[in-house]
Design a protein around this ligand. Structure first.
Ligand code: AMP
Length: 235
């Protein structure tokens, strides 16, 4: 808004947020981010989705990233920060942003603060989703996504009505190559060693940090997520 530009512009009715979702692979960050944004607006920025798109398109970034992703390792920080900088240059400064799967290292978190400062923004909320490891392994092994529209299903919790077919667009459902058991174990180890330290990092950051249990039905997680953000409680 511009102060004084119209009677409605002040006070702002919607608080523009920059939210970071932390939590291990499989905890449901993407599912919760999409649900939130479908109902309250804003932009969902998933570096995993952007990288998979780059791999599919065969761009230089995709070719560099693929090997790391196949092994469940992190793609180098500089590549990720370039990707985020490019992406944010096209994002309106009055759009709320939910980062999912980024930052994943302290260096990325520090880089993000710099990128946001350049556009006069800052991280406002950090939400940590939590679930035990056996639950994460079960969720990841059952995850299937649509190759056409990207919708995500889970064979254990949210099965598609017709096997192998997307309930939204009828596209084919596939398992992500990095959801295979060995890669999953490595991704969980990488999370613990490189990404979990961000919880401590954000504890002494101006952003507010909240923890949400992801071991409850999807709608209840969404309610707890919204409560953590201090926004409306209807799903
Ligand atoms: P995700 O979809 O978030 O689980 O990410 C899938 C894979 O993409 C990860 O296992 C990493 O190889 C890579 N990746 C996604 N986001 C990042 C990031 N912020 N930093 C480094 N690698 C990433």
């Amino acid at each position: 808004y511009e102060e004084g530009s119209s009677e409605d512009a002040w006070p702002p009715t919607v608080y523009v947020m920059v939210v970071i979702l932390l939590g291990p692979p499989g905890v449901g960050k993407g599912t919760q981010a999409v649900r939130l944004i479908d109902s309250v607006g804003g932009e969902h920025i998933s570096t995993g989705d952007l990288l998979r798109e780059a791999c599919r398109d065969g761009t230089d970034l995709g070719l560099e990233a693929q090997g790391f992703m196949d092994k469940g390792e992190l793609v180098p920080d500089l590549l990720i920060l370039d990707l985020i900088r490019d992406h944010l240059s096209t994002t309106d400064s009055e759009t709320s942003i939910v980062f999912d799967g980024f930052p994943r290292t302290i260096a990325q978190a520090e880089g993000l603060d710099g990128v946001l400062l350049d556009v006069a923004r800052g991280v406002s909320e950090v939400v940590v989703f939590e679930a035990p490891e056996d639950e994460l392994i079960k969720r990841l092994s059952g995850r299937r996504s649509c190759t056409d529209c990207g919708a995500v299903f889970n064979l254990h919790f949210d099965p598609p009505t017709s096997e192998g077919e997307c309930g939204r667009c009828a596209g084919p459902l596939v398992q992500r190559s990095d959801d295979q058991p060995d890669t999953v174990k490595n991704r969980l180890r990488v999370y613990e060693s490189q990404t979990a330290p961000l919880i401590e990092h954000y504890s002494s950051h101006p952003a507010s940090l909240k923890r949400v249990s992801a071991v409850q039905p999807v709608n209840d997680v969404q309610l707890a997520f919204r409560a953590a953000l201090g926004i409306g409680l209807t799903v």
